[in-house]
Design a protein around this ligand. Structure first.
Ligand SMILES: Cc1cc2nc3c(=O)[nH]c(=O)nc-3n(C[C@H](O)[C@H](O)[C@H](O)COP(=O)(O)OP(=O)(O)OC[C@H]3O[C@@H](n4cnc5c(N)ncnc54)[C@H](O)[C@@H]3O)c2cc1C
Length: 622
């Protein structure tokens, strides 16, 4: 392996940042609840009343969900899929006939034309039943060809490809490469223009491409020749629609994983694949931006799928903790178990609220959802992991036993261990939790970055910097003091039950406190803040928890308004908010007083091998 000098590392890090920054969506056309929250402005008007599905849309969703449920039960056995590593071909065909591969495709292109909320509800149902099947559908239409095509395709491209998905064509999204994971700047796949630019020759490899082995068509990101902008060479990444039938497309290997045994995921090779220019999606050089924007909405499905899994766990835990008796009573009566169950119920309620609200926001097209979707993905995937872990613990030894083994002994075949294996990938794909936090932090800081960083830029003329500094000083002279003045948290004119009032007040006050701390962090670390990942992590954790609390309260108000005598949602919201407050306060506590620097040093010494003696006494993995 090439040894990297410190200078080379810095240079590569800078290049990676430049490419990522270039691909960032910089405009904020619509307001964002979360972006405003980080600025200490609580826009309750964006989430109150809770954005609901219309009755008509709900009815359409209900009818389709009933069909899908019937079909799944009759045609797919999730444990059999796990055992054999295959979803039966007749089941895939049947799902395609139902329209499951064209759920969000507008009717004018032959699709089902479902709203994002209905799409999420379907993925919640499918993902909660069989995660592998959920991944087939989601990789195909949340990130595969339909989504970027709907967003960025030309009319001609839409007419050519979209109707094919209603007839059963399957698609994939190919970004990752063996050396390119979270950081796409190092992408090696190339697309070189030939024949005067009418065609491109695609060469390279794409790793872990979900649906890749079975896809008829895929969106592939590749490097096209760099452009010189203002005397500086700029890397160009471009997205292409690639057909499996194009000569030179090869599936090299079908990858196997700890879970999701039924997915088709592979290493793909492109060798001199001749792709026509008209297959470029959006524009040359816009491929990475396309991938990121696609993921903004594409990410909404994963929270739905994992919420399905959480609901399944809740159902198992409810049944099992009632029926299993140990030490003189049902295990659900023992406080240590009961506390887990309560947290599971409250968290599942928050997860569902979060994915439904972000989906509804996406449908309304009145708010920017890039931060909300990233938070929903981050929050729901991490919460789902804790819920699955808790379910295994409550099931005891049975939680660790396979469904087939349980069934053979005459017990209920609840394969929670399969769910755990299937779910582990969710905090890694479509943006790892770490990358999600950095992405949210970057956007949370954006308004300060725009105001402060140009002042610190030594390349700018002194006079320009002075003018900018005066402008910023004027802004912060009013903004900062305003962060000490709290509203009463409760939106004017709203009737809020006593149990929720303190939580909504807390969200309001804590958003101000978070905005102040964020500003302080920025003032202390300036450009170095980007490297203080643990500090940023805590800031994002607080912001995410506040968003979850606000959404949960909003949904509860909506449910209460429909059925005032049912306090069940309020109890769940109350508990979720109480527990969130504890987590938030712990994050604040260690915001600036922590062991981060010491821990970092220990990590570096570990990497250098200082503590290798600790690894003795095992057979070393080589
Ligand atoms: C089952 C499965 C399905 C997939 N499907 C697809 C698909 O359909 N299409 C596709 O293109 N890709 C797909 N992927 C790839 C997936 O998106 C990547 O695995 C993911 O982006 C992470 O990349 P990586 O695995 O290379 O990890 P790396 O990027 O190598 O990261 C390794 C670790 O380092 C952390 N890390 C990296 N950079 C930073 C940083 N700057 N700061 C802090 N921490 C950091 C990461 O969070 C992670 O914990 C799939 C992968 C799997 C396993």
């Amino acid at each position: 392996m090439q040894t990297l000098t410190k200078e080379k590392v810095n240079e590569e890090a800078l290049k990676a940042l430049e490419v990522a920054e270039e691909a960032r969506e910089k405009e904020w056309v619509y307001p964002s609840f979360v972006a405003e929250l980080f600025q200490g402005r609580l826009r309750w008007d964006l989430i109150l009343p809770f954005p609901e599905q219309s009755e008509e849309d709900r009815r359409i969703g209900d009818e389709f969900l009933a069909k899908v449920e019937k079909f799944l039960k009759a045609n797919i056995d999730p444990d059999e899929v796990d055992r054999t590593g295959e979803i039966p071909p007749h089941a895939i065909k049947g799902l395609a006939e139902l329209g499951c591969f064209a759920l969000k495709i507008p009717k004018e292109y032959g699709g089902m034309g479902f709203s994002q909320v209905n799409y999420n509800r379907i993925l919640q149902l499918v993902g909660g039943y069989c995660a592998s099947t959920g991944v087939w559908l989601s990789a195909h239409q949340s990130i595969g060809v339909p989504q970027p095509l709907i967003l960025f395709g030309t009319e001609e491209q839409k007419r050519k490809y979209l109707p094919r998905f209603r007839k059963g064509d399957i698609s994939a999204f190919a970004l990752t490469e063996p050396d390119v994971g979270s950081d796409p700047a190092k992408m090696k796949t190339t697309a070189a223009p030939i024949e005067g630019g009418s065609y491109y020759l695609l060469n390279g490899e794409k790793l872990w491409c979900t649906n890749g082995p079975v896809a008829n068509v895929m969106v592939v990101m590749a490097q096209t020749p760099p452009k010189v902008v203002k005397g500086k060479e700029k890397k160009q990444i471009t997205a292409f629609i690639v057909e499996k039938t194009m000569p030179g497309v090869e599936v090299v290997h079908r990858c196997q994983f700890m879970g999701l045994h039924g997915i088709q995921n592979g290493l793909l090779r492109f060798k001199n694949v001749k792709v026509p220019r008209e297959n470029i999606l959006w524009k040359e050089g816009y491929g990475l931006k396309l991938a990121l924007v696609t993921l903004n909405t594409g990410r909404l499905t994963m929270p739905a799928g994992v919420t399905g899994g959480a609901k399944w766990c809740l159902s198992i835990v409810r049944q099992w903790a009632n029926e299993r008796e140990q030490w003189g009573g049902p295990i659900g009566k023992h406080e240590a178990v009961a506390t887990k169950i309560a947290a599971m119920a409250a968290t599942t309620y928050a997860m569902e609220s979060m994915h439904l609200v972000t989906a509804a926001m996406a449908d309304s097209k009145k708010t920017d959802i890039r931060l909300e979707a990233a938070m929903a993905k981050l929050f729901c995937t991490e919460a789902s992991w804790r819920i699955i872990d808790g379910t295994i613990q409550i099931r005891g030894g049975r939680g660790y036993e396979t469904a087939a083994s349980l069934k053979a002994r005459g017990e209920k075949p609840w394969g929670v261990e399969r769910l755990m294996r299937d779910a582990r990938i969710n905090t890694i794909i479509e943006g790892t939790s770490q990358i999600m936090r950095l992405f949210i932090a970057r956007e949370a800081l954006d308004s300060h970055v725009q105001k402060i960083f140009p002042i610190l830029d030594p390349k700018k003329p002194l006079f320009t910097r002075l003018v900018l500094a005066l402008k910023a000083a004027g802004y912060y002279a009013t903004w900062y003091p305003s962060q000490w003045i709290h509203g009463n948290g409760v939106p004017k004119g709203a009737s809020i039950p006593a149990a929720l009032k303190p939580h909504m007040n807390y969200v309001d006050q804590t958003a101000h406190r978070l905005a102040r701390e964020l500003f302080l962090a920025m003032a202390i670390h300036q450009q170095g803040l980007e490297k203080r990942q643990q500090l940023l992590t805590r800031i994002v954790n607080i912001g995410t928890a506040l968003f979850a609390m606000a959404i949960t309260c909003s949904r509860t108000l909506s449910l209460l308004s429909k059925n005032p005598s049912d306090s069940s949602a309020m109890e769940l919201a109350d508990l979720f908010c109480r527990q969130s407050k504890g987590r938030i306060e712990r994050q604040f506590h260690s915001l600036f007083k922590n062991d981060d620097r010491f821990a970092y040093r220990v990590a570096q010494e570990t990497l250098k091998g200082k503590y290798r003696w600790l690894e003795k006494g095992i057979i070393e993995p080589l």
